[in-house]
Write a protein that binds this ligand. Structure first.
Ligand code: GDP
Ligand code: FE
Ligand code: FE
Ligand code: FE
Length: 194
């Protein structure tokens, strides 16, 4: 039960709306992210309702067309440079605008967590760190080190953000895809030994 009026309806209604926007496979990922986000929220003393809503909506826009995202960038007068990127960057940064307009969720901490869930950011609230990590370590994820980083997220949340960022960046470099500048800023802030 949601009690804070962040979303106008029940968790069940939100789940209904999100499931209609996504394939079964992705919707199941979203439910696993919520489960992990709630566990991390309890551990790190973050509000459960915020964690639930952020997790359930984080990939809401992931299956939208490029045209939809480009139209939204224009409509909301977002940074022109965004047009040079693609779905990986858009579904969070631009997708947050769709969550706001279409689901009526205006809570800025939730919207920022959605905006930051793929690339991170230099400044991240605990909610944002939790979503970034829950997306990465939900129980359906399987990659070398996943059990280590799962444990780390419950032991040192900030260190786990640094771990994910360094590993994702390494992976992107091996694929020779372009690195979003925000990803590099996240790396410099969270992954570099100080
Ligand atoms: P998902 O939506 O649950 O699949 O996960 P994410 O939103 O975290 O990530 C979506 C994709 O974006 C993943 O394949 C990441 O590896 C990729 N990604 C993250 N950062 C960058 C970046 O800086 N550049 C590019 N090209 N892709 C990135
Ligand atoms: Fe995502
Ligand atoms: Fe992620
Ligand atoms: Fe996700």
């Amino acid at each position: 039960i949601y009690t804070q009026k962040i979303f106008s309806g029940s968790r069940e209604l939100l789940i209904d709306k999100v499931s209609q926007a996504l394939s079964t496979k992705r919707f199941e990922h979203v439910l696993r992210v919520e489960e992990m986000a709630l566990q991390l929220a309890e551990k790190w003393h973050v509000d459960a309702e915020l964690a639930s809503i952020a997790a359930l909506t984080h990939d809401y826009a992931k299956e939208r067309s490029d045209e939809d995202f480009l139209r939204e960038i224009e409509k909301k007068q977002l940074d022109r440079d965004l047009t040079n990127w693609g779905n990986n960057v858009w579904h969070g940064v631009v997708g947050a605008e769709m969550v706001k307009d279409e689901l009526g969720i205006a809570h800025e901490d939730i919207l920022n967590a959605i905006r930051q869930h793929t690339t991170g950011a230099t400044v991240m609230t605990k909610l944002s760190q939790i979503l970034y990590m829950a997306d990465y370590i939900e129980t359906g994820r399987d990659f070398p080190g996943v059990e280590d980083v799962r444990a780390l997220a419950f032991d040192d949340l900030a260190a786990s953000v640094g771990w994910q960022t360094a590993h994702t960046l390494t992976f992107l470099l091996t694929k020779k895809v372009s690195i979003y500048p925000g990803t590099l800023l996240t790396y410099n802030t969270w992954s570099v030994d100080k």
